[in-house]
Design a protein around this ligand. Sequence first.
Ligand SMILES: NC(=O)c1ccc[n+]([C@@H]2O[C@H](COP(=O)([O-])OP(=O)(O)OC[C@H]3O[C@@H](n4cnc5c(N)ncnc54)[C@H](O)[C@@H]3O)[C@@H](O)[C@H]2O)c1
Length: 260
Amino acid sequence: MKLDNTIVALVTGGTSGLGEATVYALLEKGVRVFIADRNEEKGLQIQTKYGQDRCRFQKCDVSDEAQVKALVDACVATFGAIHILLNSAGVISAGLIVGGKNQDQTIKTEEMNRVLGVNVVGTFNVTKYVALQMVKQQPLNEFKERGVIVNVASVAGIEGQRGQTVYAASKGAIIGMTLPLARDLGKFGVRVCTIAPGIFQTPMGAGMSDKIIEALSKASALGRVGNPTEFADAILGLATNSFVTGSIFRLDGGIRLPHM
Ligand SMILES: NC(=O)c1ccc[n+]([C@@H]2O[C@H](COP(=O)([O-])OP(=O)(O)OC[C@H]3O[C@@H](n4cnc5c(N)ncnc54)[C@H](O)[C@@H]3O)[C@@H](O)[C@H]2O)c1
């Protein structure tokens, strides 16, 4: 699809990191952007900066189905449609299955439920209500394209490291749902794909020590971590290319997560 002011995007996790960078890149193309996030203060700041006719924020916890339904209704009531969905809201988790700081430490089952609730059920909730909207919309072009949904997994969903059982399970699930979603929605002109980022410099990684960042940088072909604007560039490409669907795209500077 061609990106201009007739296009509407919904970006979850849009007040920070990869989602935030994509919000700015879409706004720069003239796209109207609806941001959903738990961080109300930052969301309202972005809304004020760009103006409510171009950018709206609504507080939403993507793991809560009722809040997600209200979010999608609000986006459509405000901007009339949703052509692009970026499912960027997500949480990280680290912990060993056996032998944490004390040998008797293990990942709590509640932690698995919390992370799956945000990363997997959250992605599913938003995708479901946005897909129900997209299939009702007028086709945008000669390819009968109605919308594109981009999920965010992680290379950890393919080659999770020690301590990433929970996070990797959540990202593997997002990878797994991509092709069936693309197959379900293809006949309606709705495309679905997933980005699996490597290591990007965002608040999510703020807890990582310089030593770990250096080791991970060395594990990549480019010897560095990614900039969120490079992620945003990829989303613009996936939105504009009408033939992309059903695929998982690594965006990782050639990293292969080592056993460390
Ligand atoms: N940064 C990386 O290196 C990296 C690598 C691989 C995958 N990812 C994935 O990319 C996505 C974005 O990560 P990021 O680095 O931008 O992180 P981030 O922490 O900077 O941003 C995540 C955003 O999601 C929001 N969020 C969290 N839980 C939410 C919920 N329940 N409902 C609504 N919003 C919620 C947060 O408030 C935050 O604004 C995540 O899914 C993450 O797992 C990031």
